[in-house]
Every structure is written in C-alpha cells, then in structure tokens.
Design a protein. Structure first.
Lengths: 113, 117
C-alpha cells in the first residue's frame, strides 16, 4: 500500500531564510507526487507535481522539489521565503490502482520577521 | 482553469439535522471526492465517485452518504448530524485520463466549515 510521511508537523523559519519541508513516500510502483498548499480557511492549491519527467520540479511562488528515488523522498524547498508563504503544506502520492491521492498529515509553515 | 465550487463556506447545524453539502465542478471531470480535514489528521477520504450514479467508500464513510445524479455535481449528506462531524469539508475533482495511468491530480474547492451544535 502507498503511504506518505511528512516529517515535522510544524516548521518555523525567519523571513528570507531557506524553507525545507520533508516528504517521504512508500510505493511499489513508480509514483506521481504532488505538493499542495492551503492558506487559512481556503481549499488546497497545487504547488507542483512530479510525473516521471525531470526529477527537479519547479512550481508556483518560487517553490521547487526534487524526486530522489533512492531516498524515496520528494522534499519541498524555497531559497528565500516570504511572510506570505505561511500556510499548511501537504505532500501526496498517486495510487495507480485507484483514482485516489494519498495525503500526508500536513506541515504548518510559520514565518517570522 | 478548473473551478470547483462548494455551496457554503460556513454552516452551523443542530445535532440530528440532515445536512446537505453541494459541490460543482465545471471541467467535465469524471472523478469527484469528498474529504474531511481535522487538525493533526490531515485529509481523510469520505467517499468518491468515478461516474454518474457511481460511488465508492473512502476511509471514513460512516455517518455519511453521497449522491451523484449529474456529472458536474457531487453531494455529501449527513443523515443525522452529530457533534463529532464538526469539521472542514473539502470537495475535489480530477480527470480520469487515458491509458493505464492518469496523473490523478485533484482540484479542490474552497471548503465548507461545518459546526454541529
């Protein structure tokens, strides 16, 4: 069965610092992987996705993620964050045997000035 | 752009009431989903539908039912609301795709925050 683990339910950074949100997955087949962002009282918005093309994926708002098969990881990074990046972030893996996405439990990013 | 809309952003109901949450998508997606989101638990799938009148149970279907009479509309029904169903409810849709695999990328509505008193 597929699963997703997000390490750290809460990450705090200073404005302008590097952001690193960790995601590890388990899958018996080559996965599709996603990062979504959720701002307060809103739905989820797709940040980026990996669909077996380039392993380094660039998304919206300056975020990027690298697929590392050997480490079964898909960590999200941003070189220099802003206050507006404060939100909850979800990693998800596609289950090829169904139509579902398997979501991690989420990581809340706090940004201080 | 795909647009997924939900009938209410905030809803307050009494215990025992029948509650309807509506979701509409405008991109002709075959698949539609209902999740509930609770702090520390992430998103949990309640039900999904892969075609009109078709439905599949997700991880937590107890206390819920769904209806999909038209392709663009997917309704979540709480037959008798209880306080433990106070939560954020998110609807999503996705394109089925062609071939042996689709990307399964899901598009989300803004959510309905339901409070049951």
């Amino acid at each position: 069965a597929q699963s997703v683990t997000q390490l750290g339910s809460h990450v705090s950074v200073s404005e302008g610092a590097l952001v690193l949100l960790r995601c590890n997955y388990s899958s018996s087949v080559p996965p599709y992987l996603f990062w979504y962002v959720q701002y307060p009282n809103q739905g989820l918005q797709l940040l980026l996705k990996y669909t077996s093309a380039a392993t380094l994926v660039k998304g919206i708002n300056g975020f990027e993620a690298e697929f590392k098969k050997s480490e079964t990881s898909f960590h999200l990074t941003k070189p220099s964050d802003h206050m507006s990046d404060a939100a909850e972030y979800f990693c998800a893996v596609s289950d090829p045997r169904s139509t579902a996405l398997i979501f991690g439990k989420g990581t809340t990013l706090s940004v201080s000035s | 752009d795909v647009k997924v809309t939900q009938s209410s952003r905030y809803l307050v109901k009494r215990t025992g009431e029948k509650v309807f949450l509506e979701c509409v998508q405008d991109m002709d997606h075959e698949n539609m989903f209902w999740y509930r989101q609770d702090p520390g638990l992430g998103l949990r799938l309640i039900y999904f539908s892969y075609d009109v009148k078709m439905k599949e149970k997700g991880d937590i279907p107890e206390g819920y039912s769904v209806s999909r009479e038209k392709k663009e509309r997917f309704s979540l029904i709480l037959e008798s609301a209880s306080t433990n169903q106070t939560s954020m409810y998110l609807c999503a849709s996705s394109f089925r795709g062609r071939g042996s695999r689709s990307y399964n990328e899901q598009f989300f509505g803004p959510g309905t925050r339901l409070t049951v008193l």
